[in-house]
Design a protein around this ligand. Structure first.
Ligand SMILES: *Cc1c(COP(=O)(O)O)cnc(C)c1O
Length: 357
């Protein structure tokens, strides 16, 4: 039976990306060697890095005064590296859920943290808006898409201080005005690659704002100056990331994927709103295009395990909600085809039909 992969991360990648990765594992560029056993200091791998750089810049319209780096360690590593590099006195954070909280916890090790806004009062079901950003902060940090709760910023914030965004789960899913950010970072395993690499897009002048003497590996300067090759980079996930960027370009780039993502999300949210057995969990205007959360409607809560089993029997994978939210979460990342969303919607309709009172 065909599986519909709604996993939250690591998550679905395009079929042709996986096929190309499989071929490269057997024979990388006709070299007679596996991608898994080449040196990272070869012309062939330099080409992979260079191609990834060109594609990332082109797809996201990244201005020339930004550098892209690829490191191991995941987005969680950046949670402490960002304050280690940039937090001298005080930074502002917006608390929109678990990932934001983790970032805040690490920042407090390095200086003062001002939580500028929080949606914790309503279990992170909305994106706080209209809060002031004081001009004396070293930077302000946001989480652009909240993977667990299913909320997402739909506009780029304007900030008088450097704006840093964790875009782990919505990078390259929608157009972004990169010039409004001092730094964009994230783990690649939601929309770009298998686990093992985290990307960062850093405005060059931020390197002059590094506030302390750091261990070499912790300084962003090290990785920018060495093109992410100070030590061994995660060769395999970077290769797959490059293939994903190639695929994204081939289907029409960010504008096209944004169109598809909006279409997929509308299909599912419309069903959630229409179907009497289900309801959405977050404010409509802040609904994520990537992670779509829903629960059984009031009075139908006891049907949840039965729906889960039914959906599973129809090939749905990974739709269990995070334990902090409960219910269901369908992650609809870039590579998820519309057919998978249609299959889930059909499941919901059939289930409702079978439980008509
Ligand atoms: C998954 C996720 C993280 C954690 O990423 P790791 O690479 O596992 O450290 C951080 N932020 C957001 C928004 C995420 O979705």
């Amino acid at each position: 039976m065909k599986k519909h992969n709604f996993n939250a991360g690591p998550s679905i990648l395009a079929d042709e990306v996986i096929e190309n990765a499989a071929k490269a594992i057997l024979d990388f560029n006709g070299s007679g060697l596996s991608l898994l056993s080449i040196s990272h200091r070869t012309k062939d791998f330099d080409d992979v890095m260079a191609e990834a750089d060109v594609l990332f810049r082109e797809l996201l319209h990244i201005p020339d005064n930004y550098k892209i780096i690829y490191l191991g360690g995941g987005a969680s590593t950046y949670f402490y590296e960002i304050p280690a590099n940039f937090l001298g006195r005080k930074a502002g954070y917006v608390n929109t859920g678990v990932w934001a909280k983790k970032a805040i916890k690490e920042a407090k090790r390095y200086g003062e943290v001002e939580v500028l806004a929080s949606s914790e009062d309503r279990n992170f079901t909305y994106i706080p808006k209209g809060f002031a950003i004081p001009a004396d902060l070293d930077y302000v940090h946001i989480t652009s898409n909240n993977t667990i709760y299913g909320t997402e910023y739909h506009e780029d914030l304007s900030s008088p201080v450097p704006l840093i965004a964790d875009m782990s789960s919505d990078i390259l899913s929608r157009p972004v005005d990169v010039s409004k950010y001092a730094m964009i970072y994230g783990g690649a395993q939601k929309n770009l690659a298998p686990a093992g690499v985290a990307f960062a897009i850093i405005r060059e002048d931020m390197l002059d704002r590094i506030v302390r003497d750091l261990p070499t590996m912790m300084s962003f300067r090290t990785h920018v100056e060495n093109n992410s090759m100070f030590n061994t980079p995660p060769v395999f996930p970077i290769y797959v990331l490059k293939e994903t960027l190639k695929w994204l370009k081939s289907i029409g780039g960010v504008d096209e994927i944004y169109r598809r993502n909006k279409e997929k999300a509308a299909l599912l949210y419309d069903e959630i709103d229409r179907n009497p057995l289900f309801r959405g969990t977050v404010e409509k205007e802040d609904r994520s295009l990537m992670n779509i959360c829903f629960v059984m409607a009031e009075g139908c809560e006891e049907l949840a395990p039965e729906f889960m089993e039914f959906a599973k029997s129809r090939g749905m994978v990974g739709i269990k909600g995070h334990r902090l939210v409960g219910g269901f979460r369908a992650s609809c990342y870039n590579a998820l085809p519309k057919e998978s969303v249609e299959a889930l919607v059909a499941c919901m309709q059939e289930f409702a039909e079978a439980h008509k009172k």
